[in-house]
Design a protein around this ligand. Structure first.
Ligand code: ZN
Length: 62
């Protein structure tokens, strides 16, 4: 799986060169940690990472 450098979304479809959320092609396998955001409104991690939509995100992207 790959993480999007723009929005941090985890993309599972390795045949798709684009991020499923923001359509960016700037994806990388060089990330660590995965976080599931269920409710961005109440999640401290979501606020810290500036995530506004529920989903699966990379914690650290190099
Ligand atoms: Zn993205």
């Amino acid at each position: 799986m790959k993480a999007c450098r723009r929005c941090r979304t985890i993309n599972h479809d390795k045949n798709n060169p684009r991020c499923e959320r923001c359509n960016s092609t700037d994806l990388t396998v060089d990330f660590s940690g995965v976080v599931y955001i269920i409710d961005p409104e109440t999640s401290e991690i979501a606020k810290k990472l500036q995530i506004e939509e529920p989903g699966e995100y990379a914690l650290k992207i190099r």
